[in-house]
Ligand binder design. Structure first.
Ligand SMILES: Cc1cc2nc3c(=O)[nH]c(=O)nc-3n(C[C@H](O)[C@H](O)[C@H](O)COP(=O)(O)OP(=O)(O)OC[C@H]3O[C@@H](n4cnc5c(N)ncnc54)[C@H](O)[C@@H]3O)c2cc1C
Length: 379
């Protein structure tokens, strides 16, 4: 029964590769299938860097997840010998009443995360590149930093394979037929049966799970790299610049990274058009570059020189919290949509949780906030 498995993981991006790694330690017969060859640049997990942080402005409920995620990233780095994380510190910027500031401080206080509260002058003295208006304050967190997504996914897949997992690449899952006791999968290359299935298909989840009418929307995002021209600011590396999220007006934010060699990476958070993996426009227009140059000139003391840009996809829920749950009609299928634009940092712990669920174990953290049933429209 070569094509029969205990668990199949559909999609080997951030969530799927981590699930496969954790499953591979169980001794079960496990297989991961991806339509491309992760890490690739066609989904949601590319672009060299992802911010990770603990003073979680979105909601303090994420802090236990992120603390465990840090431990598991460290374990993965040790086991793989790969460099997955750089601690750079991170600063949330906004007015005193902005969501990022109030939220980050709330999470830091609730979960005893060390932080500094800086006023505009202190921010500018510490990080002269920021042009902070007088009413801007900052929450600076030393634990924040950069995860290297391509390295993280490679580490998961290498270790999973070493542990005996089967990995099938360039193989697209076309259909999933499920009854209470069996799951049959047809791909572009063959047929499989499995007892359990983890669906970690990122932006392809709405089409693969169309029967559930999940309220997911796929959003186009553009990542830009600019080389700073101004003399003296050329080396804005992680020794002089932390990762940052700047809520410059209520509910609107951009974020950025220090120079990792190709310039300052910067992007808007949630300002893209609704799209789908099949229709996304991958071309970044001159108007988009000019608009981002404008943001840089307004908020950073640099004369930006455009280097390059790429597109990526957020898969959003209406409340921007994740979906991690059993299929409503078949508990042998587990559905993971841990995105909404902030999921990468949790991939290590989400993979562990998804693996536990597929192995019939109680997940180690409370995932009730991520249930599908919270959406009225979902079945
Ligand atoms: C521009 C951008 C910036 C971001 N910044 C941050 C950040 O700073 N910090 C943070 O924590 N998060 C961030 N995120 C969010 C984070 O990157 C995503 O939440 C995460 O990478 C999503 O992982 P995933 O496994 O769900 O999807 P993916 O990594 O896209 O994986 C899905 C996989 O499923 C495969 N697949 C789909 N359908 C099929 C099929 N039919 N058959 C076979 N394979 C299939 C795909 O090929 C793909 O490899 C960002 C996201 C974007 C787009």
């Amino acid at each position: 029964m070569a094509n029969t498995y205990d668990v199949i993981v559909l999609g080997l991006g951030a969530a799927g590769s981590s699930s496969l790694y954790h499953l591979s330690k169980s001794g079960k017969k496990v297989c991961g299938i991806d339509q491309y060859s992760p890490p690739h640049n066609l989904g949601s997990s590319h672009g060299q860097s992802r911010i990770t942080r603990q003073a979680y402005h979105e909601n303090p409920m994420y802090v236990p997840f992120i603390k465990r995620a840090y431990e598991l990233w460290d374990e993965l780095a040790m086991a793989s010998g790969r460099n997955l994380f750089k601690r750079t510190g991170g600063i949330m910027l906004g007015t005193a009443n902005s969501g990022v500031i109030l939220g980050a401080e709330r999470s830091a206080k609730t979960h005893h995360i060390p932080y500094e509260y800086l006023n505009s002058k202190e921010i500018h003295n510490r990080f002269p590149v920021f042009k902070t208006p007088e009413d801007t304050v900052g929450i600076l967190e030393t634990n924040a930093g950069i995860l290297f997504p391509e390295e993280c996914i490679t580490a998961n897949l290498e270790l999973a394979e070493q542990n005996g997992a089967t990995i099938k690449l360039e193989e697209k899952i076309i259909s999933i037929d499920h009854q209470p006791g069996s799951i049959a999968i047809t791909t572009s290359k063959g047929h499989y049966t499995t007892e359990k299935l983890i669906v970690a298909a990122g932006a392809w989840t709405p089409e693969l799970m169309a029967e559930l009418e999940l309220p997911l929307t796929v959003e186009r995002q553009v990542l830009f790299w600019f080389l700073p021209k101004s003399p003296g600011l050329k080396n804005l590396d992680y020794n002089s610049l932390p990762v940052y999220i700047w809520e410059y007006t209520a509910g609107k934010a951009f974020y950025g990274f220090p120079n990792l060699g190709e310039g300052l990476k910067i992007a808007h958070h949630h300002a893209g058009e609704i799209t789908s993996p099949g229709t996304i426009s991958k071309l970044v227009g001159d108007d988009e570059v000019v608009a981002m140059e404008h943001v840089l000139r307004n908020f950073l003391e640099i004369e930006p020189v455009f280097n390059y840009a790429t597109t990526c996809m957020y898969t959003n829920t209406p409340d921007n919290d994740f979906i991690i749950d059993y299929h409503p009609f078949n508990k042998n299928i587990i559905i993971a949509s841990p995105c909404s634009g902030h999921g990468f940092k949790f991939a290590s712990v989400n993979g562990k949780i998804l693996s536990d669920m597929a192995l019939g174990q109680e997940p180690e953290l409370d995932i009730s906030a991520f249930r599908i049933s919270r959406f009225q429209s979902a079945i």
